[in-house]
Design a protein around this ligand. Structure first.
Ligand code: 26Q
Length: 807
């Protein structure tokens, strides 16, 4: 605590009596990071000493969540700090809550990256995360009359104690300009890129502490600055305003996270972001991380670059450019190294979500890279045509260069051609990649395709977010070894049949629900009854995820109660909790948010419902809210149309916190159900092959509307203006989309969903049996630790090994 007070006095420049909560939080954070510093330096020293193969995780997003609690846990400082602070009359929890979470990601993909670097550190794997230090992360969502309004997320304004800027390590990244032939000293004709402009990338290092192992890995995020030359030149020209504008222009690159998490728009700034962080990272690794005299022909022994979706795929031509243009290697030598050091993880199945950059844009921004891509493609097509003579259609399908609707570069094809491995993120997803999305490639490159099912870190999503359950588990296992060895949860299995254990498990869930109720009152002014079933659907808003299906369930119950078709006494009291951000430009998603809020407003206020149905939609769902919401859930909603959700990771978090899942046969739900068994999972809906069949034979949503009275009543009620003050036009687009288009077969799965919800009600009516299932969900969820995902990547993709510290 002496150190804490010193940080407060000399770091923050205040004394205890005048310190704001933020001052106190910052001082504590600095104290903790100070403590971790020794281990960080030691880790770096060991890493360069041992020269083991490392992993570089390249990701445009790292959705970290709050750092303080995780750092305290990793360093085993929680108790000592809590005690010390309380001696000063300070409540640790108050300081925890002062932290603004770094929301440098949209959702699943960004959070996955954060879980993975946590696991890599915990498993002693030499590794580094590379990404972008956005000045503004994912927007803050507010509701105005129930409609989403976005506010900037200025997470840096109150100070960011976890980062270490290194302006002296800045690297230069170039864009634009032109390419021409030139003659080398020895007469070889080479290509020379003369860029049009450049920016600096300043690295900001973040500690990634392993759990209880004294290791601290690095996450290196890049921030864009104007180059000094750029600055000087324009300032000297006397045009001050122009010079300032130029700086702003450069700094724009890392200004804001794009809030779309599918259907990427071909925005120039987004491509600038991608190349910016990738070029910085490769240069950093080659020039700074590797030893000075390193022979790059040995690169595959020292590094594997994992590409988190196609966002960093421009790294492939960039490494070719470095080797061929800068190091003067032959094309073939360069290619033989490049094709050994990258692997690609695909996170989608939606064709519209696959990135394609227009040749016009790519050629303007990165002319040399475009040439390199063309050459990679030429040689790829040469091999392809040799393997499949006279199959021009196949060559066109597989080409890296698309011809329609405009000439474009298919980043997933480039990644697949150059990558050592291509993986999907759940068993079903990987299967569909092989069979459908990348079928031609799976045929051409047998052995390249693999699966690594996603996982989540048990440190943040069980140990920290659910202390009550963690206490129970630790008692049952006999130690806290499960926190870094999640298979030990299996030891809970027999306790599912122990009435006393079930009682305590239920008490933990009840306490988590009370904790959530309190948080939501303070955070949103939402009042909930903890003695209801908490039925939770939290995830990005997307039509394929089908928030409307859950809403139709709510509307159906409401309609039945108000018309007297259902006696309100027979309704299981439920709280329907939603959390979802919509991409700002995704109009249908925003309409759906408006509709959820509108239904909530009406249902919550209707005395006929007698408080048995409550809709809660707290704004701005984020990692921090997830940490209190998920442990309080009874029922986890994972109801995407089969074949559309690559994996899902929220589903795993709910399972490990003792919620039961109602879900389709999609993504990792498939594996969840296999593990917990059909008795402990509420399965419903079409399977992926059935979906394909329905779509194939022509899907007519109206036929479901016409034949299913529940569905008709629910949709009619929405269309009647019952939730929009009688105005029939407000939600007409949602209703008519469902009736006439319904791309994601909401109406086709509606009745099956209602039936499954009836099974949920029946099961919930028997608390002992329900608790037993909940315990089995926890006991059988160990597979979903991201530690296991890392082991799979190490074995199947990276062929790297942990380097345990010398103890
Ligand atoms: C691309 C180009 C331009 C602008 C934005 C983007 C962009 C950004 C984010 C495209 C996609 C994303 C994020 C995708 C994502 O989160 N996918 C989810 O990944 C999870 C982790 O694997 C899976 O569990 C989910 O199923 C998948 O939807």
């Amino acid at each position: 605590m002496r150190e804490y007070l010193r940080e407060l006095n000399f770091g923050q420049g205040v004394d205890l009596s005048r310190a704001s909560v933020n001052d106190q939080y910052l001082a504590l954070a600095r104290t903790v990071r100070h403590y971790l510093m020794v281990r960080w330096l030691e880790t770096l020293r060991r890493q360069s000493e041992v020269q083991a193969k490392s992993v570089a995780y390249l990701s445009a997003e790292f959705l970290l969540g709050r750092q303080l609690d995780n750092a305290l846990l990793a360093a085993d400082l929680t108790d000592i700090v809590e005690e010390g602070l309380s001696g000063l009359g300070i409540d640790l929890d108050t300081l925890r809550q002062a932290e603004v979470e770094p929301g440098l990601g949209n959702g699943g993909l960004g959070r996955l990256a954060a879980c993975f670097i946590d696991s890599l550190a915990t498993m002693n794997v030499p590794s580094i995360g590379y990404g972008i230090r956005y000045e503004y992360g994912i927007f803050r969502q507010t509701f105005v009359d129930g409609w989403q309004v976005e506010k900037p997320d200025s997470w840096l304004t109150l100070g960011s104690p976890w980062e270490f800027p290194h302006p002296e390590m800045a690297v230069e990244v170039s864009f634009g300009g032109s390419v021409a032939d030139w003659e080398d000293d020895d007469g070889t004709v080479r290509r020379r890129w003369t860029p049009g402009w450049s920016v600096l990338g300043v690295p900001y290092n973040y500690m990634v502490p392993g759990y209880g192992n004294g290791r601290v890995n690095t996450l290196r995020l890049w921030s864009a600055r104007a180059t000094r030359a750029f600055d000087l030149e324009i300032f000297n020209s006397g045009d001050y305003a122009q010079a300032v504008r130029a700086q702003t222009f450069a700094e724009n690159i890392s200004k804001v996270l794009y809030p779309e998490d599918s259907t990427p728009q071909g925005k120039e700034l987004r491509l600038q972001q991608q190349y910016f962080f990738v070029a910085c990272s490769l240069k950093d690794f080659v020039d700074q991380v590797l030893p000075k005299d390193f022979d790059l022909t040995n690169l595959p022994d020292r590094i594997h670059f994992q590409l988190n979706d196609t966002h960093p795929v421009i790294a492939i031509p960039e490494l070719m450019r470095i080797l061929v243009d800068e190091k003067k290697w032959s094309w073939d030598d360069a290619w033989s190294v490049v094709r050994q050091v990258f692997s690609y993880t695909c996170h989608t199945l939606l064709p519209e979500a696959l990135e394609v950059w227009s040749v016009e844009l790519l050629g303007r921004l990165l002319p040399r890279h475009l040439e390199i891509i063309y050459r990679i493609n030429e040689e790829f097509l040469l091999g392809l045509r040799a393997a499949y003579p006279d199959d021009e259609l196949r060559a066109r399908r597989m080409s890296i260069v698309a011809e329609f609707p405009e000439r474009g570069i298919r980043m997933a094809h480039l990644a697949t051609v150059a990558g050592v491995k291509v993986n999907g993120v759940a068993a079903l997803h990987s299967q569909l990649l092989r069979d459908k999305v990348l079928h031609d490639f799976a045929e051409y490159y047998p052995g390249k395709f693999t699966n690594v099912t996603n996982g989540i870190t048990p440190r943040r999503f069980v140990r920290l977010s659910n202390p009550g359950l963690s206490g129970l588990i630790t008692e049952a296992v006999g130690s806290d070894a499960w926190v870094s060895d999640l298979d030990r949860l299996r030891e809970l299995e027999p306790l599912a049949d122990d009435a006393e254990f079930r009682r305590r498990f239920r008490e933990v869930k009840a306490a988590n629900k009370r904790r959530l109720v309190q948080v939501l009152v303070e955070r949103d002014g939402i009042e909930l009854d903890p003695d209801t079933m908490f039925d939770v659907m939290v995830k990005r808003l997307h039509e394929y995820k089908r928030q409307t299906l859950k809403l139709l369930h709510v509307v159906t119950l409401y309609q039945q109660i108000t018309t007297g078709a259902l006696d309100v006494e027979d309704v299981t009291p439920r709280t329907f909790a939603f959390g979802a951000k919509a991409a700002p430009g995704y109009r249908m998603a925003k309409q759906i948010i408006g509709l959820i809020n509108a239904v909530g407003r009406t249902v919550n206020a209707d005395p006929a419902v007698q408080g048995r149905l409550t809709v809660a939609f707290p704004a701005n769902y984020n990692v921090t809210l997830a940490e209190t919401l998920i442990p309080a859930a009874d029922l986890s909603e994972q109801i995407s149309l089969a074949g559309k959700e690559a994996s899902g990771t929220g589903n795993m978090k709910f399972m490990l916190n003792g919620a039961l899942t109602i879900g389709t046969d999609d993504g990792a739900n498939v594996e969840i159900r296999e593990l917990v068994g059909d008795d402990n999972f509420f399965l419903f809906g079409l399977t992926e092959p059935e979906v394909a069949e329905v779509v194939e034979s022509g899907y007519h949503p109206t036929s479901y509307y016409e034949t299913n009275p529940h569905l008709r009543h629910a949709l009619d009620l929405i269309a009647s203006g019952a939730f929009s003050d009688g105005d029939r036009s407000v939600f007409e687009p949602v209703v008519s989309n469902l009736l006439h288009e319904d791309r994601f077969l909401v109406l086709a799965d509606f009745q099956a969903y209602l039936d499954a919800q009836a099974r949920v009600d029946a099961a919930y009516a028997d608390p002992e049996a329900w608790t037993r299932s909940a315990i089995l969900n926890v006991a059988r969820g160990g597979f979903f630790s991201s530690d296991r995902s890392m082991r799979d990547y190490l074995d199947r993709v990276w062929h790297a090994h942990p380097v345990p510290p010398i103890s």
